[in-house]
Design a protein around this ligand. Structure first.
Ligand SMILES: [Fe+2]
Length: 256
């Protein structure tokens, strides 16, 4: 599964939207909508699904409830409390469908990236299990990227890898470059957390988001970063990357 192709948008340029339901009243901005089968750039939308930035005001409350679908979330800015326990920015949360979403409260503003496939239907059904993964970026060690021949100068902090799903922070050094065109078998969602990276469609900075479904026609690159970059990367689908050397003129153009 995948979000449709988006490359790329800046979150602060997206309109604020409102949502009110049994859990509270919220504002959010949308990155992408719909779930595709992960079969290339024009893979049709076959189900609902969303990637959003929840924009929580100070003293917000989201009531505890049962997750209707699997939820993957990342605290982009500010901090939140989960059942009263504080979680700082750059924390990752993954909650399995049917598990309990703890009560969420804020004491200052907070921005949370949230992505899920399917319809977020709130029910009164009791949680049948309690599968929740919580990771903090600062507690994790850097390891090699999951793609074995990834260009040097990159490392990854893994949040949670299971089945075809993966999530983590990818870090690239200043002056990192990828002089390749690439496409992959998995879909990726990327949110820039710090620094910048220049790709096929311009310079992505903090708050920039892209979604690349898997498939041969989703070629992207080459890439370059002058100052280095930290990015949230969410993967879905089997790991497989195809790199081919990019046109040298195009590689050079990234550094202009
Ligand atoms: Fe990619």
């Amino acid at each position: 599964m995948s979000r449709p192709w988006v490359d790329f948008i800046n979150i602060d340029e997206q309109p604020l939207q409102n949502c009110a339901n049994e859990l509270g009243a919220f504002t959010y901005r949308e990155f992408a909508s719909g779930t595709t089968r992960n079969e290339g750039k024009n893979s049709p939308i076959i189900a609902p699904g969303k990637s959003i930035m929840l924009e929580l005001e100070s003293s917000s409350t989201i009531s505890a409830h049962t997750a209707p679908v699997m939820i993957r979330a990342f605290i982009f800015e500010g901090k939140i409390k989960l059942d009263g326990k504080e979680l700082p920015d750059r924390s990752y949360l993954e909650i399995a469908a049917g598990s309990q979403v703890p009560a969420i409260t804020t004491s200052g503003k907070a921005r949370i990236f949230v992505t899920y496939d399917g319809e977020y239907t709130i029910t009164s059904a009791k949680a049948t299990n309690n599968e929740i993964v919580i990771k903090q970026t600062k507690d994790l060690v850097w390891r090699s990227p999951v793609v074995s021949d990834f260009p040097g100068g990159a490392a990854r902090k893994a949040f949670y890898d299971h089945g075809d799903y993966g999530s983590g922070i990818l870090g690239i050094l200043p002056e990192w470059e990828s002089p390749f065109y690439e496409w992959h078998t998995f879909s990726e969602e990327i949110l820039i957390v710090e620094g910048s990276i220049i790709s096929s469609f311009g310079t992505m900075k903090r708050g920039a988001y892209l979604s690349h479904p898997g498939g041969e026609d989703t070629v992207h690159g080459p890439m370059y970063s002058k100052e280095g970059c930290l990015m949230l990367v969410l993967r879905e689908g089997p790991i497989g990357n195809t790199f081919t050397p990019a046109d040298p003129a195009e590689v050079a153009s990234r550094k202009e």
